[in-house]
Every structure is written in C-alpha cells, then in structure tokens.
Design a protein around this ligand. Structure first.
Ligand SMILES: Nc1ncnc2c1ncn2[C@@H]1O[C@H](COP(=O)(O)OP(=O)(O)OP(=O)(O)O)[C@@H](O)[C@H]1O
Length: 245
C-alpha cells in the first residue's frame, strides 16, 4: 500500500482564466520509500503535497492513499482517512508554546479521541526515536530549532500514518541540522514503513532519497525512457536517482 496519483490535473482560478498548477501528474510512492520532490518556486510542489494530503481535490485524475481512492469521498470520510493514515511535517512545526514535547504528541491522540495517558508510551517511544528522550518535559522555547522540528516529526508519526508528507523541513535550519533532519526522516521511513514525500528546494540533503522527482511548471520530470510524465518506482537500493527531464 502506498500513495498513488494517477493523471492528476489541478487548476486554480486566475482572473477570467485558470492556472494549471499540476498537469497530468502520475506518481507512485510505495511504503518504506522516500521520494523527494524538487523544483523551482511556483512549479507546483506544494500543490502536489496538498493533493496527496487530500486537502485539495484535483480537477481530474485520481488520488489513492493506502489503496483507498479519495475522489468521491465525503468531507467527513476524508477527515477520517487523513487522521488514520496521513502524517504531515510542516516547514515550521507550529508547536503550542505552553505544552511540553510529550504533551504536543499526546494532544494528537486526544484529537483522535484517545486518552492522552494511553498514548504516553507511544509518545515517549517516538521522542526517543527522534533523539529527544531526555527532552520530553521541555517546552518549545527550551528547545533548539532542530529539536523543535524533531518534535514536529515525532508528532506527525503519532497516529501511525502510512503516508508521511514533509514540506521543506530544513528551511529554518542550518545545513548540518537540515541534513540531520532529512537523514532522520529517511531512517523513520524505512523503520516505520511509511510512503514518504519530501518537498525541498535544497538538493544537497537528498543523498538517501530513493528517488528525486523534478516538478517543472506543474509537470513531473520525464523518466529517462521519455514515456509521458509518469514516474514509476524503480528500486535503487538506496542510490539516489535524479529524474529530471
Ligand atoms: N490558492 C491559489 N490560488 C491561485 N493560484 C495558486 C494558489 N496556490 C498556488 N497557486 C499557483 O499555482 C502554482 C504552483 O504553486 P505551488 O505553491 O504549488 O508552487 P511551489 O513549487 O510549492 O512554490 P514554492 O517553492 O514557492 O513554495 C504557482 O503559479 C502559484 O502561483
């Protein structure tokens, strides 16, 4: 199970016209792999994430998460699907200032209708997995930028998502901390078997990605065979494959 975008087109209103943000995009991301999405500003990277997150419905094409085709689901069904299967890491983690790292994660369980006490074990395990076992009681202002981003990553994994969507996680970090955060996301992708999509401007962090796809003016970079805009998964054994057109 995985993320599948099939022939997805997304347009936005643009005066009397429509602006095409995604143009017949097909992308398959299997579980346990990380696909990095690179491309210039305005090329459609955030639109791709928003469609994958089921936050935006495309004009045409289908989106499947974990084998469930999202087109045609009601708003309530989409909300349920998102809670159960999708974790999102934002550019800035947007932590609540008054809560400790542990409580930020427990809050996710409460939103999902589960008891914070019952979620404590999983929250502590995830904080340990991101290297913050000894910071569980700290509030955001007592953590560094990189540590706050790690809390955001642990929080995204709280509900055991199968799809992990990561938007420019390194934009507020220096190069070394940014590389460490991408390495962490790559490791968690493999350990927890998520289908991970990571949007970035900075290709220097992407050594460990299974694939890099290039978005240019709403289109994915052609694979070397030149067969349309479809980019299929090709196991690379951890070797980065750049598929620019
Ligand atoms: N809500 C919207 N309404 C109208 N046009 C939009 C909207 N959101 C994005 N766009 C346009 O769609 C195109 C793709 O935008 P998108 O945000 O997906 O690009 P991006 O690659 O993520 O850019 P950046 O790297 O600057 O964040 C751009 O031309 C943008 O101006």
């Amino acid at each position: 199970m995985s993320l599948d975008l099939s022939d997805v087109t997304l347009t936005y209103p643009d005066g009397d016209d429509r602006l095409t943000a995604l143009d017949h995009v097909t992308l398959h991301v299997p579980r346990g792999t990380l696909t990095a999405v690179a491309g210039p500003s305005g090329s459609g990277k955030s639109s791709l994430l928003a469609v994958a997150a089921t936050l935006v419905t495309p004009d045409a094409g289908t989106v499947s998460v974990d084998g469930v085709t999202t087109t045609g689901l009601s708003r309530a069904e989409l909300t349920g699907l998102r809670r159960r299967t999708i974790g999102i890491v934002f550019q800035q983690p947007h932590l609540l200032p008054s809560l400790t790292a542990l409580e930020q994660l427990q809050l996710m369980a409460s939103i999902d209708g589960r008891s914070p006490a019952g979620a404590r074990g999983r929250a502590l395990e995830l904080l340990a997995a991101v290297g913050l076992a000894d910071r569980a009681g700290r509030r955001p202002h007592q953590l560094s930028g990189g540590q706050r981003q790690r809390v955001g990553i642990a929080r995204a994994l709280m509900n055991e998502p199968t799809l992990l969507l990561v938007d420019e996680p390194t934009s507020a970090l220096d190069h070394e901390r940014g590389a460490a955060v991408v390495d962490l996301i790559t490791r968690l992708t493999r350990e927890r078997g998520t289908a991970t999509v990571l949007v970035t401007h900075d290709r220097t962090h992407l050594r460990a990605a299974d694939r890099i796809v290039e978005v240019d003016d709403g289109r994915l970079g052609d694979p070397p065979s030149g067969s349309g805009t479809s980019v299929g998964y090709r196991p690379q054994g951890g070797v980065t494959a750049t598929m620019s057109g």
